[in-house]
Structure formats: structure tokens, C-alpha cells
Design a protein around this ligand. Structure first.
Ligand code: SF4
Length: 393
């Protein structure tokens, strides 16, 4: 972490991500390291979260960094009161440099987002609400132990939209027992509500409650790879026909300027400064990091004045070159000029076989300036990412 005492010379905008790693229920598929709200000493946690943010804010690296997003993630930040969320955002705004057009996002569930809470957040200037809607099929919602009903999710979204908020929902496909009709009806509801959509397939991680439910026959098994592919292709067709564009990891958006979102576009040279117990998406300069998951260990580490980092890894030049190529997975071009400036070589020299193979399959196109994903590549972007994984060469 010595680089924290050096200047940030990347010239790229960053994301600030304080995590509220608590939830008041447990979704059956969730692998996130969160703690039940009732077990969290909230005031102490919030104080330590601020102390950790302050530790970063004092460093030269962060003092010379500019942020264009403040994202309350987790967990379910909306378990906090509107006042607590606003106080935390104020704290960040006072200590970190933001650009003129920075925006604020808050993650929440309709169970904890009373309409009055939404009113206060909108009034304060929160731009976007992210909701893990997952599906509008109540039968599946119940099986997945989601904390609210499709109706209450819809009500919260309609209210936020009416007040001018941007709403982005996670939707999952290949859920146990999810028919094609159910998936299509969820997509149509999201289109009707005019929300941004992150569509991704369910991966049942080892140890999550859903794994046992499937083993015991309490929940049906997921569809096979072909069924999952058909669900994705169906979503791609329905959403693009409705005017959405596939952008980033799994996003479908109808908001033109979101296509150019900085944090995404700056990959892998921007950065995410993440803080809080269990946060795991941090990357600063060449370092990726995650924090201690246990909330009490986290609090103890910060109280003792230590960065509560649990895992830290430094990327080699080769790692950074591979990361740069994963811009294609994010549906972004790889600039040959920038590659040369950063690494003193070209993508064709470093990854000749991979690029040749992807070109032959018409998943990418290459000209003098850049390498781009094709329309076909958009659908098979996972295959593109695989070509640049360190264990595939
Ligand atoms: S709300 Fe999100 S973080 Fe909390 S249990 Fe559900 S999926 Fe996990």
C-alpha cells in the first residue's frame, strides 16, 4: 500500500463505494458477506466506516484522485434511515474531491425503502436507486426468500420514477422453476416500468442456502446451459427491440449518456475505492483488495487504526494487459495507441492466437486504431473474456 503516499497520475475518474454490509433478511442465493441488521452495532459501524474513509482521504493518492460516483452499496444500505444515508454521503462529499457531474447511487430493497425515505433521498439529490428486483414472479420470489413482493417492488419503482429518479434493477434468469413465460413477463414488466436493467444468470455458489434447497428437492434444479442461453438470447432480443442497448457487464440501458459512464469506460485504469466490512471490489492503481468480512473484526481493525484489508494483490504487467483486453467483455474498444503507451507493445504481439481466433469467429473486428467487439461478440462476450483469462493461454 506504499503507493497510497504517491500521486494518482492516471488522470482517470474513480468511484467511491462505502459499503453497508448488513441485510435484514437472507436471499437464498446470496454469497455476499453480510451480517443480519439486528446483530450490527449500527452506530459503531457507521463511525468506523467514516474512520476508514478518513484514513484513505488523508493519503496523497486519494487527495490527488477525483471521483465521479458515490455509491452506497452492500448489503442493503436502505436499512439505514434517510438521515443516516445522507449523513454518510455528506461525509464523503466533504472529504473526497468530486468532479462537476458526479452522481450518487443508493442500493435498496422496497421492504426498507418506505416511500418517505425515497422522497428524502430524491430531495437530497440521489440520482439512482439500485434494486435487486430479480423477478416479478411472486412464486419464485418466495422460494428465493426475497424480502418483498413484486407489488411492493413495483410500487417503490413507480414512486421513485415519478420523482425523476433513475432506477436500475437486477433481473436474474435461469432461476429454479423459472419458465420462459415467467422470464418474458418479468422483462416486460421492467420495460413497462422504464428501468435500467442488469440481467444476469443465477450461479448457485457452494454453501448458499439455495444449494441445499435444490439438493433436498425443496427447490427445482436450474435449466441446463442450452436453456440458459435461450433465456439470455430472449432477453437480448426483447430488450433491444424495446430500445435498450447492451452496455458494460450485464447492463441494458436506454439512457444514452450512461453508455459513457466513466468508471466503466476507465477500466482498468480508473479505480474503485471501496470501504466497509466485506467489500470486495476494490481496485486502486495495480492493486485489488477486499476487506475483513466479519463485522466485529472489521470494527476492531479500524479502531486500532489499521486498514481493514483482508486480501490484497498486485497485478503484474501481464495481468494488466489481460485486464485491458477484458474491455472487450465490457463491450468497450481496446485502443492500440493506449496499449502501446502503457505497455510499449501491441495487443497483436501479446495475444496473436487469441485475437486471430476471435476474429475468425467474427466476435471481434480489428482496424489500425482499435479492437472492437462485433454484434455477434456482444452475445458471446463471455467466450471473449475466457480467451484472455490467465489460465487459458
Ligand atoms: S439483499 Fe442483496 S446482499 Fe442482502 S441477502 Fe439479498 S442478495 Fe444478499
Amino acid at each position: 500500500m506504499e503507493f497510497l503516499s504517491t500521486e494518482n497520475t492516471s488522470g482517470r475518474l474513480m468511484e467511491l463505494q462505502p459499503w453497508i454490509s448488513m441485510c435484514d433478511s437472507r436471499c437464498a442465493f446470496c454469497y455476499f458477506p453480510t451480517t443480519p441488521t439486528v446483530k450490527v452495532p449500527i452506530e459503531r459501524y457507521m463511525n468506523m466506516l467514516k474512520r476508514e474513509l478518513k484514513m484513505y482521504a488523508k493519503t496523497k493518492y486519494v487527495k490527488t484522485s477525483v471521483f465521479d460516483e458515490i455509491v452506497l452499496g452492500g448489503g442493503t444500505p436502505s436499512v439505514l434511515s434517510a438521515e443516516q444515508m445522507i449523513d454518510l454521503i455528506d461525509f464523503c462529499k466533504e472529504r473526497f474531491t468530486t468532479n462537476d457531474e458526479y452522481f450518487i447511487k443508493v442500493t435498496g430493497s422496497s421492504k426498507t425503502l418506505a416511500l418517505k425515505k425515497i422522497d428524502k433521498l430524491v430531495e437530497y439529490g440521489v440520482y439512482q436507486m439500485d434494486m435487486g428486483a430479480q423477478t416479478f414472479d411472486d412464486k419464485i420470489r418466495k422460494m428465493l426468500c426475497l424480502p418483498d413482493t413484486a407489488d411492493s417492488v413495483e410500487k417503490a419503482i413507480r414512486h421513485a420514477k415519478k420523482l425523476g429518479m433513475c432506477v436500475c434493477v437486477d433481473l436474474m434468469y435461469n432461476l429454479p422453476g423459472q419458465t420462459m413465460e415467467s422470464w418474458i413477463s418479468t422483462l416486460k414488466k421492467a420495460i413497462e416500468l422504464d428501468v435500467e436493467i442488469d440481467a444476469y444468470s443465477l450461479h448457485v455458489d457452494p454453501g448458499v442456502p439455495l444449494e441445499k434447497m435444490i439438493e433436498k428437492g425443496i427447490a427445482p434444479r436450474q435449466g441446463d446451459a442450452e436453456y440458459e442461453k435461450q433465456q439470455y438470447l430472449t432477453a437480448h432480443k426483447i430488450l433491444t427491440e424495446a430500445g435498450y442497448k447492451a452496455v458494460g457487464h450485464d447492463r441494458f440501458s436506454r439512457v444514452e449518456w450512461h453508455f459513457r459512464e466513466n468508471c466503466l469506460n476507465c477500466w482498468p485504469w480508473g479505480g474503485i475505492l471501496t470501504t466497509g466490512a466485506g467489500c470486495f471490489m476494490g481496485y486502486l492503481q495495480k492493486f485489488s483488495y477486499s476487506n475483513l468480512e466479519d463485522i466485529n473484526e472489521y470494527i476492531a481493525a479500524v479502531e486500532a487504526g489499521r486498514f481493514p484489508i483482508n486480501r490484497l494483490s498486485e497485478s503484474t504487467d501481464e495481468d494488466m494487459m489481460r485486464r485491458t483486453m477484458t474491455r472487450l467483455y465490457l463491450r468497450l474498444p481496446v485502443s492500440k495507441k493506449e496499449f502501446m503507451e502503457k505497455f510499449g507493445t501491441t495487443p497483436e504481439k501479446v495475444f496473436p492466437k487469441q485475437l486471430q481466433k476471435l476474429k475468425e469467429k467474427e466476435l471481434i473486428e480489428i482496424d489500425d486504431d482499435e479492437i472492437r467487439i462485433t454484434k455477434l461478440g456482444e452475445v458471446w462476450k463471455g467466450n471473449i473474456a475466457w480467451e484472455f483469462a490467465s489460465n487459458s493461454a
